[in-house]
Design a protein around this ligand. Structure first.
Ligand SMILES: Cc1cc2nc3c(=O)[nH]c(=O)nc-3n(C[C@H](O)[C@H](O)[C@H](O)COP(=O)(O)OP(=O)(O)OC[C@H]3O[C@@H](n4cnc5c(N)ncnc54)[C@H](O)[C@@H]3O)c2cc1C
Length: 369
């Protein structure tokens, strides 16, 4: 027989948003956290497709929550410049940047390890369906790794379930968000020196691609419109090979949806007793696709704002995210400078804010200025 259990708040997703909310709200409320990934040991099953760069905003978010990163989350090398490449024109330019290069799976496991021990965490458990009973309580149909089904009943539902959010699709079907398909391949990279590149090619995507060194690997990824994704990725790789890039043996290929808000209506923080966090709410930078900081911030904002005695907790949370939403809309204003080819090339050509590079990274066809 199917098992059945109750909780006050069901948190679907234990990525940076859900884990942060559970860490900060777990002392005040009775939560149950569900995630399909294995987040409690080192099994390498499902991972999160991600560049794994911690932006200055994410570093600030961790600092404001009193957190410091354990060393084993970091990945060598730490890189202090981004090489921007406009592929059709062959224009290249370097800019100083202070990202932290990390292992995304280890970051997520570490954030989960910070959740108070008394909070039930059902990892390797997928939520297949969500409905409501006659009293308006949420019924989450779950299936664990062994194929066992169960039903979780909750008064409140927190959707921290990322770009493909089941919670958002179920409760806010009229609030779709602009999305892309991100594809990333990992290659052996013994002969290439550390590198972080941002790749622009409007023939392949109106978003962007990236090359990131991680240990002995090189990640090549890009976010594409939803059609002809595989062929667009192949063309990207071929274009890089044509200008001299050499990729080692392919170690893995991964992909997922990524949200890219196009305006204020793409943000959806929830309503009634359903609340959305992180990428499920649309909190991702439309200019860089950076989303870890907004996941950390929104998790903390909800933990602070959530008062179950309040008449309308969703309205309070929505108001509390105003600064975050304004910050993201500010990033939209930055997009033309990056994504309009003529403006981007003019800016790159002017050399404004750029970093003179005297030494080309070994093994990469970088044009020194
Ligand atoms: C290719 C790529 C590269 C990126 N690179 C960067 C980067 O370098 N730096 C950066 O800051 N941001 C980056 N981002 C964005 C960043 O990864 C996300 O914004 C961030 O992970 C959002 O956190 P989250 O907790 O909201 O969602 P997620 O991290 O996506 O977590 C959602 C969780 O919900 C779980 N889940 C979903 N549905 C279910 C279900 N039905 N049942 C059970 N569990 C479920 C998933 O397993 C997952 O653990 C990148 C995104 C992509 C796609």
């Amino acid at each position: 027989m199917e098992s059945f259990f109750d909780t006050e708040i069901a948190v679907l997703g234990a990525g940076p948003a859900g884990a942060t909310f559970a860490r900060l709200a777990g002392e005040k409320h009775a939560l149950t956290v569900i995630d399909r990934r294995c987040l409690t040991n080192n099994e390498t099953t499902l991972g999160k497709c991600c560049g794994g760069l911690l932006s200055p905003d994410a570093q600030r978010a961790l600092a404001s929550q009193g957190l410091t990163l354990p060393l084993d989350v970091l990945v060598s090398p730490q890189i202090f410049a981004v090489h921007v490449m406009d592929l059709p024109s062959g224009t290249q330019q370097a800019y100083s940047r202070s990202y932290v290069n990390l292992d995304r799976q280890k970051l997520d496991r570490w954030l989960v390890s910070c959740i108070p021990r008394h909070v039930p965490l059902l990892d390797q458990t997928v939520c297949l369906h969500i409905s409501q009973d006659q009293q308006g309580r949420f019924l989450l149909r779950l299936k664990d790794r062994g194929g066992e089904s169960s039903l979780l009943r909750a008064r409140y539902l927190v959707g921290a379930d990322g770009a493909a959010s089941l919670v958002r699709r179920t409760f806010f079907p009229n609030r779709p968000i602009r999305q892309y398909v991100a594809v990333q391949e990992l290659y052996q990279a013994d002969s290439v020196s550390p590198f972080f590149g941002a790749l622009f090619d409007p023939q392949l995507t109106d978003c962007y691609g990236w090359l990131i060194s991680k240990g002995q690997q090189l990640f090549l990824g890009a976010a594409f419109p939803k059609d002809k994704v595989s062929s667009r990725f192949t063309q990207l790789r071929q274009k890089l090979e044509q200008i001299g890039y050499r990729f080692g043996a392919r170690l893995a290929r991964e992909g997922c949806l990524v949200s890219r808000p196009a305006g204020p209506f793409d943000f959806c923080t929830g309503s009634g007793r359903v609340l959305l966090l992180g990428e499920a709410a649309g909190f991702v930078s439309p200019s860089s696709l950076q989303g870890i900081s907004y996941a950390l911030d929104s998790g903390a904002i909800l933990a602070e704002a959530l008062d179950l005695e309040t008449h309308d907790p969703a309205a309070k949370y929505h108001r509390a995210t105003l600064a975050l939403r304004r910050q993201l809309l500010g990033k939209l204003l930055k997009c033309p400078f990056l994504y309009q080819p003529a403006i981007r090339r003019a800016l790159m050509g002017s050399g404004i804010f750029s970093l003179p590079v005297s030494q080309a990274p070994t093994g990469l066809p970088w044009k020194c200025r």
